[in-house]
Write a protein that binds this ligand. Structure first.
Ligand code: ASP
Ligand code: MG
Length: 417
């Protein structure tokens, strides 16, 4: 019989009552004959509470001890869920990450999974037990407990599904799937029945927070069939209907005739723009600017440099807003004078808006429709970048919602369109 992994987020695990609902749902699948593995998050708010406690003691808590503390939220969840299942007559067993083990590197607070031992899980499944495994945590080669970064339970679930070669990984969450854009901004946003993993990766990296981005990378790499669906439906809902609900992350492009060219509009306000003006146009300049930025461990996203007219050109790029001041300081101290640029200017009041769709590969005119739509709204484009399946623009942040709404409409993404 098929092997299914369920992942439940913090909201779904938020109270004893809700944990009983999760147990009822898992029991329904188990009784229908599926081999069940469940990966829950900590109860909602719990990880924040734990990190808050740590910060009352140390403003920059020791990373090893922080992981030791933060991983306990998930341990509470697996224990309670196993009890809730047993209470309704379903045999279940819980494991912490280190007990399997879920092996990771030793990068505390952002560890990467390197391997998962599945022996115990298979043995328990053979005994018809539901196996419950903590999300978010693992163990490094020396035996120290690690965590995978905020939102890491998604990655735990997909990685466990990959290791077990599960038939499907179902991520139950408080939204009922992946939408064409954030429904809080565009009321007509539509749930997608399917999205390719590449599009999902773009959507996640561009600010759609439905799944931790690493989980999407895992799903892509190991081809784990992954579905995002609502945990708010009645637990006794018809199983076949539930199994088809939400959004399926696929690996095929599907029928091109049926597929919309654009799948979604993503946006974020997390970036800031930095420009060096009148940079001399000679070899090595881009490296002289971005080298020190990289050395300071600051991630750069979009970069533009134009052709020079008179031996110099403006050079702009974006960084995360949290690193904006630091990036300016690095450039002021190490770059501005030494490369002979005229000025260093920055702007944190920007937003990035992107159209994403695998259909771009086979259709022309997407960029022109995007720019026409923004121009009709009088929105100035400051920067542009593209990939094979995405076009992003940087605009003034106060126009972000207007841009998202206009593009959603222009690309015909509304309900019933
Ligand atoms: N409990 C962890 C967090 O809040 C992991 C997760 O929920 O995915 O970030
Ligand atoms: Mg989450």
């Amino acid at each position: 019989m098929a092997l299914i992994v369920h992942k439940y987020g913090g909201t779904s695990m938020g109270s004893v009552e809700r944990i009983k609902n999760v147990a009822a749902r898992v029991a329904k699948w188990h009784r229908a004959g599926y081999n069940m593995v469940v990966v829950p998050s900590a109860m909602s708010g719990e990880t924040n509470r734990l990190i808050g406690l740590a910060k009352e003691i140390q403003s920059q808590p020791d990373p090893r001890e922080l992981d030791m503390l933060a991983c306990t939220g998930e341990q509470v969840s697996v224990g309670l869920l196993a009890m809730a299942l047993k209470a309704i007559g379903v045999d279940a067993v819980s494991y912490a990450g280190w007990q399997l083990p879920v092996r990771t590197d030793n990068a505390y607070t952002k560890a990467r999974i390197t391997g998962i031992d599945t022996e115990k899980v298979h043995r328990d499944l053979q005994q018809a037990r539901v196996v419950i495994i903590t999300g978010f945590q693992g163990v490094d080669p020396e035996g120290h407990v690690t965590t995978l970064g905020r939102g890491g339970s998604d990655t735990s679930a997909v990685a466990i599904a990959a290791a077990l070669e599960a038939d499907e990984c179902l991520i139950y969450t408080d939204v009922d799937g992946v939408y064409t854009t954030d429904p809080r901004i565009v009321a007509e946003a539509r749930r997608l029945e399917r999205i390719t993993f590449e599009e999902m990766l773009e959507m996640a990296s561009l600010g759609s927070k439905v799944l931790q981005i690493r989980s999407v990378e895992f799903a892509g790499k190991y081809r784990v069939k992954t579905r995002v669906l609502s945990s708010l439906t009645p637990p006794d809902m018809d199983l076949a209907t539930e199994a088809q609900s939400g959004t399926l992350i696929t690996f095929e492009e599907g029928d091109a005739m049926e597929q919309a060219v654009i799948s979604g509009i993503a946006f974020n306000r997390d970036e800031a723009k930095i420009t060096l003006t009148r940079v001399p146009d000679r070899p090595g300049v881009a490296f002289s600017i971005l080298g020190p930025v990289a050395e300071a461990n600051i991630d750069v996203d979009m970069i533009i440099q134009n052709q020079s007219q008179d031996g110099s050109t403006d050079f702009s790029f974006t960084v995360h807003r949290n690193e904006y001041e630091r990036a300016l300081a690095v450039l002021r101290e190490n770059v501005l004078g030494s490369i002979g640029a005229k000025d260093l200017v920055g702007d944190p009041k920007i937003a990035k808006v992107s159209v994403v769709g695998i259909g771009m590969r086979s259709h022309v005119g997407i960029a022109s429709l995007m720019f026409k739509t923004l121009s009709a709204e009088g929105i100035n484009i400051q920067m542009i970048s593209t990939s094979e399946i995405k076009i992003s623009v940087v605009i003034e942040d106060k126009y972000m919602e207007l841009a998202v709404r206009a593009l959603h409409k222009a690309f015909g993404l509304e309900q019933g369109a």
